[in-house]
Design a protein around this ligand. Structure first.
Ligand code: TYD
Ligand code: MG
Length: 465
């Protein structure tokens, strides 16, 4: 059979062309041409009009209670909203080496052990490589059937014949469609492959997990083309060299998007960290520059250590380096510290790090960062009267006020559970046992360091010893 002629469509203006060009001849935009598959059996517009469909009131539509395939990896099930939904599509994104193949392999192993039919499609690694990983994961992982294949058509055919309950395609970027001329991993290929796989998954009620690589800037390769197609987008994050990895849902049609699972990579695969607070508090250093943040990860409170280092800078433009929090947020916090707490860091390099490789994306982390930086600049540790690390939370406003953030009661309760009392936080909102509320950054710092320690001018940074 002759290969159908290629067709490229500009994603900007819709212009169709027969060859790929870097620039669209229609609108002049660069890199907007995407290959589209020829569909020969287009329904003809002419002839008798098709039957007119009738909309149904939602009340009359039957919606069966969603059955879930529990992977029995509790952190994964929680993030998914209770397990995999048959007929749904999950996109699991993460940078190379983070543990995507390990996590999906473990999930399939558990499902197989529970008597489910599973299939692991590997386009990236050979069957032998997949087996080597499975050996590390234990006996159950060895019973997962694997198909080392990267061509779309055979994968579709085997989905149809195997009819698994759950299937993992690792990774979607390696799957290519023979009818298209563009390279595997290109936008057109990835989109075509995902759409074809989704169609079979929906029709056959397969819970399909597509593994996707993430590019350097953090987006899923193939400019987010897949995020619209799938029901659930999971992001697996963490620094490769660090122990902790977090799994969060960016989009979830069958559950909340604010849940976070915490994992640790060990010799026998990923282990769940069910009580991350205990680990982080235990590891907190209680040294100058260290503060415990009562954070929220979805609906779960977590205590994490925020560390700062302030050092005299040799550079014209001092360095501001942050790991685990947004750099712009750090700049804002330093500006607020300078303006409203009279802590000038103009001549100093500032490093802020969230311990354990955790990423914080909530404004409630502001106060902890500010306190850690202040403590580092003054070289004074921040501890409670009992010598426990100081716990805090709260958002900083540009006028130096301390703003209310979600779930103060859960944050305080979590800190109290570990004896970190009182917790420094915003005064706004209801009064809570164990919460030392402050209206602004200045009063919070004054209480933490003692009023007499308040610097008179921008000289808070002590000279290097
Ligand atoms: P992998 O799941 O292959 O990552 P990805 O599919 O996201 O690219 O594994 C990531 C790393 O984890 C790999 O470098 C080896 C390590 N690892 C362990 O430390 N312990 C284990 O039991 C396994 C299976 C992997
Ligand atoms: Mg992999």
């Amino acid at each position: 059979m002759a290969r159908p002629e290629a067709r490229f469509i500009c994603q900007q203006c819709g212009q169709v062309s027969r060859t790929w060009t870097g620039r669209c001849s229609g609108c002049g935009e660069w890199n907007t041409l995407v290959e589209a598959r020829q569909t020969s059996s287009r329904s003809k517009r002419s002839g008798a009009p098709a039957q007119v469909p009738r909309p149904t009131p939602l009340r009359e539509i039957e919606a069966a209670e969603l059955e879930r395939l529990e992977t029995r990896i509790a952190e994964l099930d929680r993030v998914l909203g209770g397990g995999l939904v048959p007929g749904s599509l999950v996109l699991l994104g993460g940078s190379p080496g983070i543990g995507k193949s390990t996590l999906t392999g473990m999930a399939l192993a558990n499902l197989a052990a529970a008597g489910r039919r599973v299939l692991y499609v590997s386009g990236e690694e050979s069957a032998a490589q997949v087996r080597l990983r499975a050996e590390r994961l234990g006996n159950a992982a060895l019973s997962v059937p694997v198909l080392a294949e990267s061509a779309l058509e055979p994968i579709l055919a085997s989905l149809e014949s195997e009819r698994p309950d759950a299937c993992v395609v690792d990774s979607i970027q390696t799957v290519h469609c023979a009818e298209m001329t563009s390279a595997p991993g290109s936008v057109g290929q990835v989109r075509e492959a995902a759409a074809a796989l989704a169609e079979v998954a929906k029709r056959r009620d397969v819970a399909l997990v597509l593994v996707g690589h993430v590019t350097k800037d953090g987006s899923l390769a193939g400019p987010r083309v897949l995020e619209h197609v799938v029901d659930c987008v999971l992001r697996f994050e963490g620094e490769r060299e660090r122990t902790y990895r977090t799994l969060r849902a960016v989009k979830n049609r069958f559950g909340a998007t604010n849940e976070v699972g915490v994992f640790e990579m060990r010799a026998g695969g990923l282990t769940e960290v069910a009580d991350p607070s205990a680990r982080f508090v235990e590891e907190a250093t209680r040294a100058p520059g260290s503060v415990v943040l009562a954070a929220m990860e979805g609906s779960r409170p977590v205590l994490v250590e925020v560390q700062a280092l302030v050092a005299r800078s040799e550079l014209e433009a001092p360095r501001r380096v942050s790991t685990g929090i947004d750099r712009n947020r750090l700049s804002m916090i330093l500006a607020v510290l300078g303006r409203h707490a009279r802590l000038s860091l103009a001549g100093a390099d500032v490093f802020v790090n969230v311990a354990g490789g955790v990423r914080l994306e909530e404004p409630g982390a502001d106060l902890a960062v500010a306190m850690a930086v202040a403590s580092a600049a003054r070289r004074e540790p921040l501890t409670t009267a009992e010598g426990q690390p100081l716990a805090c939370f709260g958002e900083l406003g540009l006028t130096g006020e301390l703003r209310h953030v979600a779930h103060p009661e859960r944050r305080v309760a979590e800190a109290r559970k570990f004896g970190l009392e009182p917790v420094v936080g915003p005064a706004a909102g209801e009064a809570l046992d164990g919460l030392a509320g402050h209206a602004g950054l200045r009063s919070a710092l004054r209480a933490a360091f003692g009023a007499e320690a308040e610097p008179e001018s921008g000289g808070a940074l002590r000279p290097a010893a």
